[in-house]
Design a protein around this ligand. Sequence first.
Ligand code: 5GP
Length: 187
Amino acid sequence: MLELYDNPSRIRVRDKFFRLYLSRDQIDEIVSGIAGRIDHDYSGKTPLFLGILNGAFIFASDLLRKLQVQSEISFVKYSSYHGMASAETVNRLIGLNEKVNGRDVIILEDIVDTGLTMAKLLEDLKEYSPTSVKIACFCFKKAAFRENFSIDYCGLEIPKLFVVGYGLDYNGAGRNFPDIYQLDETV
Ligand code: 5GP
C-alpha cells in the first residue's frame, strides 16, 4: 500500500523495475488542459466519448469528472499489445453498442503508439455514420506512429518508452499506480 501513496521514485512490476516519469500532479495538469479544450470546443453539444479499454479507463474517468459539457460515455475493447510490444494485428473484443449515428464522438485513448488500435476503431466507426469523430489521447509516441490520422487533443508527446501506471499495465499489472513510470533498464 505504501508504494502507491508514497510517490516512490522506483517501483517493481512483476519482473521489471520502473522509474518515475510523470507525477500525479503533472498528469492532473495535462488532463485539465484537455478538459478545458473540449469544454471550449463542445459548448452546447453532448459528445459521446468512446473509451478504449483497458488502458483508458482511468484517463476517461478523470477527464469526465473535469468536464463542464454534458456528455455520455461508452467503452470499446481491442487487444493489440503483448508484454511490452505492439502486435501487428488488432482484435476487437468488445464492440460498439451505442447509437453513434449522428453523434459527435470523441475517442479516448491512453497512449497512441503505432496507431494500429486507433486506426481499427476509426475504420469500425465508419459503418455507424457519426456526425464527427475526434481523438483525445493522454500521450502519444510520435516516433512509433505508423498511421496517418491526426490527434485532436494530445496531452503529451513522449519518446519510445515503455510506461506503466495511470491505467497502463505490464502484463496485466501496474495499472493502479497514480503516477506514470518508465521501464528502468539500468537494473
Ligand atoms: P498501438 O495500437 O497504438 O500500437 O497501441 C495502443 C495500445 O498499446 C495502447 O492503448 C496501450 O494499451 C498499449 N501501449 C502502447 N504503448 C504502451 C506503453 O508504453 N505501455 C503500456 N503499458 N501500454 C502501451
